[in-house]
Design a protein around this ligand. Structure first.
Ligand code: PGA
Length: 381
């Protein structure tokens, strides 16, 4: 077992080499093939940006050190996350950092680095899909007692490829969660307080959500921004407190119609994201999914064209590479939202920078299962 640091790139990529590892199931096959000429290769990354300089490698070993990592027959056929779990468990220090990130985020980070290094295209990274359903202020107990059972529990999808998350009102979170307990569908809040516990009437805190075993929240939905006056700074604080408490966040951004028409889409997205960049450490982006939702497309039936969505997503990803890091740009899922339905979802999801959807109206209807199926069936990943 040898370990060496690849210093010829800016990615802080550690290379752990071990002959005999079958990497054919790793998911980004072409990258793995081009990256490992004679030996099979496993990568780890510096994910401890908050406390260490970016150039340092977290993996607690120097070139040539034996980190005690062993490969079993079973290992060769396991999932990508399992591969990395075995690597990180070899080093207590790495273990600590990596555990905080969650296994999916770690895998995406690894694949992101591989991708930029070897293929030069962030959009080819194996990010798993997210399909979010935002129920807004809709639903009652009749709906809560029927829709999860009749539609969500019956939706067929590979939970390693597609994460499905629905956001009922806070009042219904618990009941929906109970209905979904034997399924792979998760629940999300629609909003979270930017404050901790205390005298904040009407607000629900991030730690109260995690206490209720809720793993997700939206932040910055355009209705919160426009109808309830949330500023970019408010949204950034909500996002920060949510990830600090271990929640996954669907951070919503997007421009108004007149902003698109006057060519300001990129500027608006950058401004909304910059407020969040200012608050989060690099590692905390592992808990964030961006939902790009042009305001003119929300609830209007006027969906962005696949090209408009793809172009904007690619622009957001490139912006993230500069503003945060190429790894975060490659690893962050960017969802499209705004009048997505069963008929238009397949054309949208086929684009390489579209990693899923945040669905409003159609998430309350049986066609939500068709949208999940479109992600499940999409072949680009
Ligand atoms: P819509 O809403 O799908 O009804 O347009 C999307 C959203 O608000 O997240």
């Amino acid at each position: 077992m040898t370990m060496s640091m690849n210093s010829s790139n800016n990615y802080k990529v550690n290379t752990v080499t071990q002959s005999g590892v079958d990497t054919s199931n790793w998911g980004v096959k072409q990258n793995m093939e081009t990256s490992a000429a004679s030996e099979n290769t496993i990568f780890g990354l510096n994910r401890h940006a908050s406390t260490q300089p970016r150039s340092k490698v977290v993996m607690n070993a120097a070139a040539g050190d034996d980190i005690g990592f062993s490969v079993s027959g079973e290992f060769a056929g396991s999932t990508k996350d399992d591969h990395f779990d075995d690597i990180v468990s070899a080093s207590p220090k790495v273990n600590k950092t990596a555990r905080r990130m969650g296994s999916k985020a770690r895998t995406r980070m690894i694949l992101a680095a591989l991708d930029k290094d070897h293929e030069g295209s962030w959009g080819d990274v194996d990010r798993n899909y997210v399909i979010g359903g935002n129920w807004k202020s809709n639903g009652d107990m009749d709906f809560v007692n029927s829709f999860p059972k009749e539609v969500l529990a019956k939706a067929e999808f590979d939970e390693k490829k597609v994460e499905v998350v629905v956001a009922p009102t806070d009042l219904h979170l618990n009941a929906v969660q109970k209905e979904l307990k034997d399924t792979h569908v998760h629940v999300s809040a629609q909003d979270v307080s930017q404050y901790g516990r205390g005298a904040y009437t009407g607000n629900i805190t991030a730690d109260q959500l995690t206490d209720m075993k809720i793993g997700w929240t939206l932040t910055g939905h355009s209705e919160r921004r426009t109808l309830f006056g949330e500023s970019d700074a408010d949204v950034a604080l909500k996002t920060k407190i949510a990830v600090e408490n271990g929640l996954n966040v669907m951070l919503c951004i997007g421009e108004q119609l007149e902003e698109r028409e006057s060519g300001k889409t990129g500027e608006v997205n950058a401004r909304q994201l910059q407020a969040v960049v200012d608050e989060l450490t690099e590692g905390q982006w592992g808990n964030v999914v961006i939902a790009y939702e042009p305001v003119w497309a929300i609830g209007t039936g006027k969906v962005a064209t696949p090209q408009q969505a793809q172009d904007t997503h690619a622009e957001i990803r490139a912006w993230l590479a500069d503003a945060v890091s190429p790894e975060v740009a490659g690893a962050t899922r960017i969802l499209y939202g705004g009048s997505v339905n069963g008929a238009n979802c397949a054309d949208l999801i086929g684009n390489k920078d579209i990693d899923g959807f945040l669905v409003g109206g159609a998430s309350l209807k049986p066609e939500f299962a068709d949208i999940i199926a479109a992600a499940h069936n999409d072949q680009k990943k």
